[in-house]
Design a protein around this ligand. Structure first.
Ligand code: SF4
Length: 199
C-alpha cells in the first residue's frame, strides 16, 4: 500500500503561487517574509536545519524540477560556489541589498522618495511592474517594500533555477543566504548539520 505523503511534501507549490500572486497584486510579496522569519525562528529555537530538510518549498521545487522532471544536468557545482568565502560573501551582499531595500522603503514612508513601481531582477535590471500595483490604504512605503521583496524573491528563484539547470537540482542550496544563516546559527549553538546538499 502506498504511504500517504505528508502535507509538507507539497510545499513546493508555494514558490510558483507566490510568484504568480505578485503579478496580480504586488502587496502579496509581503508573504515572502515567511521564508525569512520561519527558518531563522526554527534554527534559533532548536530546530536546526529542519526548515531546509522538511519545510522549504523552494528546495522542494528545485528537487522536483531537477530530479522528477529531469531538467537538471546533474553536474557537480563549481568549487567556488561551495567555498566559505563565496557563501559568506554572497550572504553579505544579499543582506546589504536587503538593508538598502528597507532604507528605500523608509524613504518612501517619510515622503523623501517617490514610489518606484519596478521589480529589479538580479539587482540590475529594472522591469516596470505598475500593472500589479492597485494602490494601498496604508503608506506607499508598504508598497515599496513589496516591490523590493518581490525583486529579491524573483532574483533568488531565477538564480536557483539557473543553477538547478546547470548543476545538481539543489545547487542553489549550497549558497542560499537563508541556508548559510541557519547553518551559522546551528554552528553557534553547536548543533550544526551540513549545509549544501545539492543532490
Ligand atoms: S538552503 Fe535555502 S533553498 Fe535550500 S532548503 Fe534551505 S532555505 Fe531552502
Amino acid at each position: 500500500m502506498n504511504k500517504k505523503k505528508p502535507w509538507y511534501d507539497y510545499l513546493w507549490i508555494y514558490t510558483p503561487v507566490y510568484l504568480c500572486l505578485g503579478m496580480f497584486n504586488i502587496l502579496f510579496a509581503w508573504l515572502g517574509m515567511i521564508e525569512f522569519i520561519v527558518p531563522l525562528m526554527i534554527s534559533i529555537f532548536g530546530g536546526g536545519k529542519l526548515f531546509c530538510n522538511r519545510y522549504c518549498g523552494r528546495g522542494q521545487l528545485f528537487d522536483l524540477l531537477g530530479n522528477k522532471l529531469k531538467l537538471s544536468r546533474h553536474q557537480a557545482p563549481p568549487k567556488f560556489l561551495t567555498s566559505l568565502w563565496f557563501r559568506y560573501g554572497f550572504l553579505t551582499f544579499f543582506m546589504t541589498m536587503f538593508i538598502l531595500m528597507i532604507l528605500s522603503s523608509v524613504q518612501v514612508f517619510s515622503g523623501t522618495q517617490n514610489l518606484k513601481e519596478v521589480v529589479t531582477i538580479l539587482w540590475t535590471f529594472k522591469v516596470p511592474w505598475q500593472f500589479a500595483y492597485h494602490g494601498t490604504n496604508y503608506s506607499m512605503g508598504i508598497a515599496q517594500f513589496a516591490f523590493g521583496m518581490y525583486s529579491i524573491m524573483l532574483t533568488s528563484s531565477l538564480l536557483g533555477f539557473i543553477t538547478m539547470l546547470l548543476y545538481k537540482p539543489r545547487s542553489w542550496c549550497v549558497y542560499c543566504p537563508m541556508g548559510t544563516m541557519t547553518q551559522t546559527i546551528c554552528k553557534l549553538k553547536k548543533g550544526g548539520t551540513s549545509h549544501g546538499d545539492a543532490s
